[in-house]
Design a protein around this ligand. Structure first.
Ligand SMILES: NC(=O)C1=CN([C@@H]2O[C@H](COP(=O)(O)OP(=O)(O)OC[C@H]3O[C@@H](n4cnc5c(N)ncnc54)[C@H](O)[C@@H]3O)[C@@H](O)[C@H]2O)C=CC1
Ligand SMILES: O=C(O)CCC(=O)C(=O)O
Length: 447
C-alpha cells in the first residue's frame, strides 16, 4: 500500500513540487483514500484521485488600486475552481499577505471534501489575494474590494461559483464586493454568502463555523458519555471562528482560557465570560486592535508575546487561527497536560507530526474538513434561502446546522471506525467526502 501512495505522491510532486501546503493536504487524503480505492473495484482504472488534485480552473489576476496617499498599489488576486462534480464551486476568499497558489490550492482541495460532507450540493473552490488588510482605512478596504471584484465578477455567479469570507474577509468586505458585483451585472443574486441580514444574508452564518466546531466536539465527547460542561478550553485565534467557538463553549458550561493573534496569546485563569467575550468582539471587529490589549482591560490575565497557547493545561483544544499553528511538540504537551479532545476550527491547523501525536495517544481528534464545515453548510442554507426568496428564523437555521454537524459526525463514524471500535475521524472524513464526489465524477464520465 505504501508503494501505491508513494507512487501517487510522486506524480503529484512532479507537478506541484513547489507547493508545500498543497502537498501536505493531498498526502493526508491519499493515505486514507488510496487504501479505500484499492478495495473498491468501481474506482479502478479511473484515475479519480489524480483528477481531483488538478483544479478544474485556476484563475490569477492583477488587482490595482489607489491607497489613501494617492499611490497606486498592485496585488495579486486568485480564484481556484477545484471541483464542480456535485454543485457550483463554493468556498471563501482570504485576504492575507501569505496568500499564494499553494495555500489556496490546499484550501480549495480541502473544501471539496468538506462541502461533500455537508450533504448539500456544493462543489469546492477558494480564492483571495496577498492584500494585507491590517492597518488599512475603511476607504482603502473598499477600493481594494471593488478593484478585486472588477475582475472576479466574470468568473462567478449564483449557479457557477459562490465565494464567501475567510481570514481577512468578513461582513464589511463581503458588502463592498457584493455592491460592485451587483453594479457590474445589474442583477441582485446570491452570488456571495455571508451577506448582511437586510440584503440576503442568513441568520447564524456569522456564528456557524465556531458553533459547528463545538457541536462536532460535543458529538465526539458524547461517544464517551462526556460533554463540554465544566471543561477547560484553550482556543487559538480571536477572529470570527474563535469568537463564536468561545461563545458556544461558554454557553455549554465550559471555561474558556485563551485567545491569540499573530502577536501572541492571552491567558485568563478566571475564564473568559460573555462580558469579556463582548470586549474581544468589539476589540477585534470594530476597533481592529491587538489581543494584547485584553490585559489592559483585565489585568488579572497575562499576555505572552510571540507565543502560542498550547502549553496552557486544558481538557479541550480548539485551534481556530490558521494552518500549521500547532506542531508535534505542542501536541505532545497538550496530551501530556491531559487534553482529551481537539476539534479544528481552522483549516489544517495541526501539522502531520501533531496529528500523529493525537492519534498515538488515542484522544478525540477532528480534522477541520469535518469539524469546521458548519460555516460552509450555513452558506449552503443561505443559498437555499436566496433561491426561495425566504428568510428562516435563527432557531430554524441553528437546528439545521446542528443536524448537519451530527450527520457529518455519523458519516465519519461510518467510514472511520477501526477494528478496536475507536474512530479515526481523518479516515472517516476523507473517505465519506471522497465517495460522494467520486461517484458523481464516475457518473459524469471523463470531463
Ligand atoms: N470564517 C469561516 O466561516 C471559516 C473559516 N475557517 C478557517 O478558520 C480560520 C480562521 O478564520 P476566520 O476566523 O474566519 O478569520 P479571521 O480573519 O476572522 O480571524 C483569523 C484569526 O487568526 C489569527 N491569525 C492569523 N494568522 C495568524 C498567525 N500566523 N498566528 C496566529 N494567529 C493568526 C488572526 O489574528 C485572527 O485572530 C482559518 O483557518 C479559516 O480558513 C474555516 C471554515 C470557515
Ligand atoms: O462559506 C463559505 O463558502 C466559505 C467557507 C470556507 O471558506 C471554509 O469552509 O473554509
Amino acid at each position: 500500500m505504501k508503494n501505491k501512495i508513494d507512487a501517487f505522491m510522486d506524480l503529484v510532486k512532479e507537478r506541484n513540487g513547489h507547493e508545500p501546503e498543497f502537498l501536505q493536504a493531498v498526502q493526508e487524503v491519499a493515505e486514507t483514500v488510496i487504501p479505500y480505492i484499492v478495495k473498491h473495484d468501481i474506482y479502478h482504472g479511473k484515475n479519480i484521485l489524480l483528477r481531483m488534485v488538478e483544479p478544474e480552473r485556476l484563475i490569477s489576476f492583477r488587482v490595482s488600486w489607489v491607497d489613501d496617499s494617492g499611490e497606486i498599489q498592485v496585488n495579486r488576486g486568485y480564484r481556484i475552481q477545484m471541483n464542480s462534480a456535485i454543485g457550483p464551486y463554493k468556498g471563501g476568499l482570504r485576504f492575507h499577505p501569505t496568500v499564494n497558489a499553494s495555500i489556496l490550492k490546499f484550501l480549495a482541495f480541502e473544501q471539496v471534501f468538506k462541502n461533500s460532507l455537508t450533504t448539500l450540493p456544493m462543489g469546492g473552490g477558494k480564492g483571495g489575494s496577498d492584500f494585507d488588510p491590517k492597518g488599512k482605512s475603511d476607504n482603502e478596504i473598499m477600493r481594494f474590494c471593488h478593484a478585486f471584484m472588477t475582475e472576479l465578477y466574470r468568473h462567478i455567479g449564483h449557479n457557477t461559483d459562490v465565494p464567501a469570507g475567510d481570514i481577512g474577509v468578513g461582513a464589511r468586505e463581503i458588502g463592498f464586493m457584493f455592491g460592485m458585483y451587483k453594479k457590474l451585472n445589474n442583477t441582485f443574486t446570491g452570488v456571495l454568502t455571508g451577506k448582511g441580514q437586510s440584503w440576503g444574508g442568513s441568520l447564524i452564518r456569522p456564528e456557524a463555523t465556531g458553533y459547528g466546531t463545538v457541536y462536532f466536539a460535543e458529538s465526539m465527547l458524547s461517544t464517551q458519555s462526556d460533554s463540554f460542561k465544566g471543561k477547560n478550553v484553550v482556543i487559538s485565534g480571536s477572529g470570527n471562528v474563535a469568537q463564536f467557538a468561545a461563545e458556544k463553549a461558554i454557553e455549554l458550561g465550559a471555561k474558556v482560557l485563551t485567545f491569540s493573534d499573530s502577536g501572541g496569546y492571552i491567558h485568563d485563569e478566571d475564564g473568559i465570560d460573555t462580558d469579556k467575550l463582548k470586549f474581544v468582539m468589539h476589540l477585534k471587529n470594530e476597533k481592529r486592535g491587538r489581543i494584547s490589549e485584553y490585559v489592559d482591560k483585565y489585568p488579572n490575565a497575562k499576555y505572552f508575546a510571540g507565543k502560542r497557547p498550547w502549553s496552557v493545561k486544558c481538557d479541550i483544544a480548539l485551534p481556530c487561527a490558521t494552518q500549521n499553528e500547532l506542531n508535534g511538540e505542542e501536541a505532545k504537551q497538550l496530551v501530556d497536560n491531559g487534553c482529551i479532545c481537539v476539534s479544528e476550527g481552522a483549516n489544517m491547523p495541526s501539522t502531520p507530526e501533531a496529528i500523529h501525536e493525537f492519534q498515538n495517544a488515542k484522544i478525540l481528534f477532528a480534522p477541520g474538513k469535518a469539524s469546521n464545515a458548519g460555516g460552509v453548510a450555513t452558506s449552503g442554507l443561505e443559498m437555499s434561502q436566496n433561491s426561495l426568496r425566504l428568510s428562516w428564523t435563527r432557531k430554524e437555521v441553528d437546528a439545521r446546522l446542528k443536524d448537519i454537524m451530527e450527520d457529518i459526525h455519523d458519516s465519519c463514524v461510518k467510514y472511520g471506525k477501526n477494528e478496536d471500535g475507536s474512530i479515526d475521524y481523518i479516515k472517516g472524513a476523507n473517505i465519506a467526502g471522497f465517495v460522494k464526489v467520486a461517484d458523481a465524477m464516475l457518473a459524469q464520465g471523463v470531463i
